[in-house]
Design a protein around this ligand. Structure first.
Ligand SMILES: Cc1cc2nc3c(=O)[nH]c(=O)nc-3n(C[C@H](O)[C@H](O)[C@H](O)COP(=O)(O)O)c2cc1C
Length: 438
């Protein structure tokens, strides 16, 4: 096992993906008893909002939702002279295949998240925060609503937060099963009761977001991290990571490992340590074939990349992206055409249809991969698979289309021979005991 230089903060050690029933949440009294909301109290009584923003900037915290934008810098984009209300939106839509790290925070650490939301809202001058939770997360929605009631009753939310002049309320808004609503501007439309279509930018949400007002959108894990940063200081947090990727984060490791789970680890960790030390190695000690290091939207890596550092810059150097840090592991039994086809199926289904290149392109990617996988591929299909991404990438309102191309492009780059074999043989050369799960 890997020795961690600190006790896990967001999760109590490993959270097994197969945990059933879900462990009970840490409710208000228990959270208070172990010092919960003390950091919020310290912040409200001794720090100005600008000092909180500086502290988060100094910690090197970058967004955990996907793009990895520096959190403190994003907060600094809010207009200073606006008279409009400022909104904080916490993104708990978590629908990216492979990603399941926000769920244990929502279900087990509701008050840690509320404390993070309250500190962040104070920092940006917001008095209303929305918590958008994936519609299928029924339990998380119930837990967070109960926690908000407790926090209101306990004086943590309301007109006088912890007896100060600062007022804050938090409102839960549940999604309805659309992946696109995790995209921040589609989320704003969804909260407003409109169709969940991404918005054209500029204007960016910090200028004109929810109900036309300045808005900051941050991921659940990002906001939960604000508590330990303010509690223990930005240097402590920064020192756990690398120069460009401050701190620790939760890696959701799934697929063919012996111990799939959510692992909280410093961002200096390598892919090898994550798969072999934390997740126990490959099931049946089989060879590792491929890894998706940041959720289904990022390029596939191979066993040659095991010494990649799981920081934003480390994964980028290896030719992929850290994204949501969901690490999906494939052993040597997996057909990469089948895997790319499955991902293409997801994006085809989830494309909102607003932009033609994404709507049409994701459908064609799926159609072509499906026929190759089912033995009806044509030699020219590989050229088509290379051409379609060129017609999608950078031509849409949001990044879903680009995300749809990642597995296809990198699959072809690393496993081209496998695609060719399917076409030459007129069938898939792999046995698939796993298709039953699809
Ligand atoms: C198609 C699509 C889906 C997304 N889904 C999520 C999601 O489920 N959760 C999330 O936090 N961010 C998601 N994002 C990223 C958000 O748009 C946004 O960048 C993020 O919530 C910002 O928070 P952060 O800076 O704390 O990472 C998605 C982006 C795209 C393009």
């Amino acid at each position: 096992m890997l020795d961690l230089p600190y006790k896990p903060v967001l999760l109590d050690g490993v959270v097994d993906l197969a945990d059933n029933p879900t462990p009970d949440a840490e409710w208000f009294d228990a959270y208070r008893q172990r010092g919960g909301y003390r950091t919020l109290e310290k912040v409200l009584r001794t720090m100005t909002p600008a000092e909180v923003v500086e502290c988060v900037k100094a910690s090197g915290l970058r967004g955990r939702g996907g793009a990895g934008f520096p959190t403190g810098v994003k907060w600094g984009f809010l207009p200073r002279d606006s008279r409009l209300p400022v909104y904080l939106v916490c993104n708990g839509d978590e629908s990216e295949p492979g990603t399941c790290k926000d769920r244990p925070i929502l279900e087990q650490r509701p008050h840690l998240l509320l404390e993070g939301i309250a500190i962040s809202a104070y920092a940006i001058g917001s008095h209303t925060a929305f918590l958008y939770i994936r519609g299928e997360y029924f339990h998380a929605i119930e837990v967070m609503n109960r926690a908000i009631e407790e926090a209101r009753g306990g004086g943590v939310l309301g007109l006088h937060v912890l007896g100060t002049d600062y007022a804050l309320d938090v409102v839960v808004h549940s999604g309805a099963g659309a992946y696109i609503c995790g995209e921040e501007s589609a989320m704003l439309n969804s909260i407003e009761g409109r169709v969940g279509w991404p918005r054209l930018r500029p204007p960016f949400p910090a200028q004109k977001g929810l109900y036309g007002c300045p808005t900051i959108i941050n991921n659940v894990e990002t906001l939960a991290k604000v508590v330990p940063i303010l509690e223990r200081g930005p240097e402590w947090f920064r020192s756990l990571g690398t120069e460009k990727s401050g701190g620790f984060r939760i890696y959701s490791v799934s697929g063919h490992v012996k111990r799939p789970g959510n692992y909280e680890a410093p961002m200096r960790i390598t892919l090898r340590q994550l798969i072999y030390d934390l997740a126990g190695g490959i099931r049946g000690d089989r060879p590792l074939k491929a890894v998706i290091p940041g959720g289904s939207s990022v390029p596939i890596l191979t066993a040659d990349h095991l010494d990649t550092q799981m920081s934003f810059e480390g994964v980028e150097e290896a030719g992929s992206l850290l994204g949501s840090a969901a690490t999906i592991v494939f052993d040597d039994t997996v057909c990469m055409v089948w895997a790319a086809r499955n991902m293409a199926q997801f994006y085809r289904h989830e494309s909102c249809g607003q932009c033609t290149p994404c709507r049409q392109g994701t459908a064609w990617l799926y159609k072509i991969l499906d026929r190759i996988e089912n033995g009806r591929g044509r030699p020219e299909d590989l050229d088509l698979l290379e051409d379609i991404p060129r017609k999608i990438e950078g031509r849409c309102v949001c990044a879903l289309g680009d995300a749809a191309c990642a597995a296809v492009k990198s699959g072809l780059q690393h496993f081209r021979r496998e695609f060719e074999q399917h076409i030459e043989l007129g069938r898939c050369p792999f046995e698939k005991p796993y298709t039953q799960f699809v």
